[in-house]
Design a protein around this ligand. Structure first.
Ligand SMILES: O=C(O)c1ccccc1N[C@@H]1O[C@H](COP(=O)(O)O)[C@@H](O)[C@H]1O
Length: 213
């Protein structure tokens, strides 16, 4: 499992950013979504992005963003990727990709086999895909809910784009998740938190140890 690439999302402070980078993550994510306990301002994200270890990709997570918001983010935060985590259409994904000249990862929520055709639709326009469970009823955010995906939905034989497995991953289940699905990249937030929005450096290190075992 040692070559599995990890994205830790929702980082908000230097201590956890540094812990993630030192532990060997491939990506760090900054959340621009005011309803999330992981939301950061553009200034906060710019400081964190500038402090991110060289070689670690910096990802901006946005939910149905306006061009105005994306202009602000991309104009002020050095980034390597935009993660679209709302109800963006394939046309909007293509538009964002072309307007900002950055790779785009599209999150796709799956609750049953009827949702899996979305994977092929978005694979035509996005650089990467993020596969996760749909948000539970009543949640005010489309991701970051700590809910585990029905992994059988992601156990596909052939992917035309790089993809990340997400949803409820933690140090205790990541090995099984990777073995079962064949994922080569994983993304998580809640699984390295002591409370919603509060990352824990020891949990980050434990997760990375589990991935690298
Ligand atoms: O993290 C959030 O608050 C968030 C808000 C809005 C959209 C997506 C969000 N998080 C994404 O969901 C995955 C999985 O989260 P978890 O591990 O189940 O907590 C996370 O990595 C983000 O990419």
């Amino acid at each position: 499992m040692s070559d599995v690439r990890v994205k830790i999302c929702g980082l908000r402070d230097r201590t956890n950013l540094d812990a993630a980078c030192e532990a060997g993550v491939a990506y760090v994510g900054f959340v621009f979504f005011p309803k999330s306990p992981r939301n950061v301002t553009i200034d906060e994200a710019a400081d964190l992005a500038l402090a991110t270890k060289l070689g670690v990709a910096k990802v901006a997570l946005v939910v149905d963003p306006t061009d105005e918001l994306l202009d602000q983010i991309t104009g002020n935060v050095p980034l390597d990727m935009i993660q679209l985590h709302g109800t963006e259409t394939p046309e909007r994904v293509a538009e964002v990709r072309s307007r900002y000249g950055l790779p785009v990862m599209k999150a796709i929520g799956l609750s049953g086999p009827e949702d899996t055709p979305q994977i092929d639709i978005y694979a035509k326009v996005a650089d990467q895909l993020l596969i996760e469970p749909k948000a539970p009823k009543g949640s005010d955010r489309p991701g970051g809910n700590g809910v585990t995906l029905d992994w059988s939905l992601a156990r596909r034989k052939y992917w035309t784009r790089p993809w990340m497995l997400a949803g409820g991953l933690n140090a205790g289940n990541v090995a099984q998740a990777v073995d079962y699905t064949g994922a080569r990249q994983v993304d998580l937030s809640s699984g390295v938190e002591s409370a919603p929005g509060v990352k824990d450096p020891d949990m980050i290190r434990a997760f990375m140890k589990a991935v690298q075992a």
